[in-house]
Design a protein around this ligand. Sequence first.
Ligand SMILES: Nc1ncnc2c1ncn2[C@@H]1O[C@H](COP(=O)(O)OP(=O)(O)OP(=O)(O)O)[C@@H](O)[C@H]1O
Length: 293
Amino acid sequence: MTPVPPVGPATVTATDLSLRFGGTRALDGVSLRLSRGVTGLLGPNGAGKTTLLRVLATAVPPDGGQFTALGHDPRTSSGRLGLRRTLGYLPQTPGFHQDFTAFDFVDYVAILKELSDRTARHSEVRRVLDAVDLSDVRGKRLKRLSGGMRQRVALAAALVGDPGFLVLDEPTVGLDPEQRMRFRELIAQAGEGRTVLLSTHQTEDVAMLCHRVVVLAGGRVRFEGTPAELTARAAGRVWSSAERAPHALAGWRTGVGTFRNIGDPPDGADLLDPTLEDGYLLALDGESAEVTA
Ligand SMILES: Nc1ncnc2c1ncn2[C@@H]1O[C@H](COP(=O)(O)OP(=O)(O)OP(=O)(O)O)[C@@H](O)[C@H]1O
């Protein structure tokens, strides 16, 4: 699961995307470029992550701006159709019909994805269920599966038809550490040769499987680059202190009783090695970085 370097040119290019809900600017001029491999999308609650994914998945049109994905421009109906044909989308709350078996659910999605030949479709459904290691339970009803298995069914559904662009909205949420590792491995596999955009609250997801990361807050891109670049931003800006540091951008008590602070350290501060999470909190620049404990 070593993060791979960027492969080839941009496959998805978004320029100045905006979307308002009443007085809320969910997206406020978002520009970004994705290439093949897994890009992580980090941001606090309400940052606009789900909205961005829904726009890129053509579930909702933006108010302003534009994007192309794999050469398709969704502003035209043929572009939208072309994009949807090459898209795999795992929404935040997949709408499962609990009485479906795993096979029937993925088959249903395959029908929606226009795989009309029954024999070829069933073989594709078996292929994707096998890819997420669920062949043994494909005849089980969804309500009888664990949360982790249901997430894998949702990933299998997103993988039907071998899409070139995968949009995954917080797929690792609610999984125990072992399942999360397993799921990360499946996403890393899916990222080989595909463009994957993965929204998550887990900086470890990004550290372990993403070759690029985008930080979104308040509907704006606060950082776009590699995880190493995000971590490097915090070099010299993380320090330990015996008491709470009053001017730190964020600070929290650690298990050994000292405080870990990020921001502008005082002279002679006891500097610590930065983590990706430190870089992420600094990228938020105070926005929702309320981790004082
Ligand atoms: N359908 C909607 N109607 C009204 N407001 C909405 C709608 N969808 C999103 N919003 C608002 O837009 C903003 C961005 O929401 P969004 O769900 O995209 O954030 P998020 O980063 O995915 O958050 P979370 O991490 O909590 O899932 C929030 O202020 C939210 O309340």
